[in-house]
Design a protein around this ligand. Sequence first.
Ligand code: PLP
Ligand code: LYS
Length: 436
Amino acid sequence: MTNLATNSAGHLTIGGCDAVELAHQYGTPLVVYDLGIIQSQVQRFQQVFQEEGVEHAVCYASKAFANKALYQFLNRLGCHADVVSAGEISMALAAGFPAENLVFHGNNKSREELEYALEVGLGTIALDNFHEIDLLEELLAEHQQNVRVILRITPGISAHTHEYIQTGQVDSKFGFDLQSGQADEALERVLANPAFDVLGLHAHIGSQIFEEAGFEMAGQTLVDLAAHWQEEFGFTPRVIDVGGGFGIRYTEDDQPLPPEQFVRAILETIKTACRDKGLPLPAIWIEPGRSLVGPAGYSLYTVGSRKEVPGIRTYLALDGGMGDNIRPALYQADYEAVLANDVHAAVTEHVRLAGKYCESGDILIEDAPMPSAQPGDIVAILATGAYGYSMASNYNLNGKPAVVFVHNGQYYLVTRREEPVDLQQYDLDLPEEGAL
Ligand SMILES: Cc1ncc(COP(=O)(O)O)c(C=O)c1O
Ligand SMILES: N[C@@H](CCCC[NH3+])C(=O)O
């Protein structure tokens, strides 16, 4: 179990705030983020670049948790952001995030989204496919505009992670394939049109990765390609973006590398490869999502029913579940839980923590060692800050939880709970007579 902070009442504290009090004040399920952890993660990713004096950008991958107040906090910390939809762009801008610090990713950006990106002066578009080049060429001509782009390459690297969250292998929906020559063709296309300011190249190999090797291979592959492009097309990249995917600890089985170690490995690989190939060192961009917000998030739930199936197991039902955290059902993701109102109570049983959704697979933790929890107790599931709220649904017409940020003993409501009224829809506007 990670080192958890508690107060004299034995309650879990998050960023100096009593988790049980927050649960009572805002209701459960409740998602709480400790901004101190986010800040420290960001700084750890920035640190090695700063020490080495290397031009860089830590682009937060918003998909992990897109939130207005978070964009504001990250902007203050000097982060850039990766956005993947008009929704994320619009929220970032509403938060005051500078458009020029946004990188627009995605394998099927629509004409409307691209037009919106051009209209707001979005910093960089990560080109993913030929259809997108066609669309952008039309739009750039129409609006007599220029745009900065990077090319997303599929490097042919399989990250050792769940199949659904691998992205760098050849058989992938993302990016220009390297082996078949698509990447060269894409570069020729964009170099031929002066409306494209081609900054450089990008690869993203997957998510929840625990080794440096994949990033080193990606860095090496991108520099090799850059050298080939320089020789073949006289193009020298100003940016190499190695994506995100840095793993975090969910349970004791996970042993993530320190952020500094990932960055050092990436930096050393790219520096050495550039030196070998006689290329100037480009700016290096990374795109951590999970590793910035995952460890900072706590999901608080109230215990409802306890069901004992004699001789088999005990089910403890919580007041949330797959609607606010789909990851266990979708990826068999593991988490740890604690009894937030009595963190130091001795573990006396192993229970299955079930959600409240009408689905047998709505299980948050299959086998959680717990003290004997009773209805009304508050359970905290740890490290839920990434891809929890952002993948939440309204299944069974449950509203999404409220979100609270805590920092130095202060707390801030940043997203209100969705109420049934928020989920209302239109009446059927069908004439009474003769319509069927
Ligand atoms: C292009 C790109 N960048 C960054 C990320 C962030 O990944 P993670 O949250 O694992 O750091 C993703 C998602 O995997 C992605 O597709
Ligand atoms: N949603 C995934 C990660 C997806 C990464 C985005 N490319 C997860 O929860 O692990």
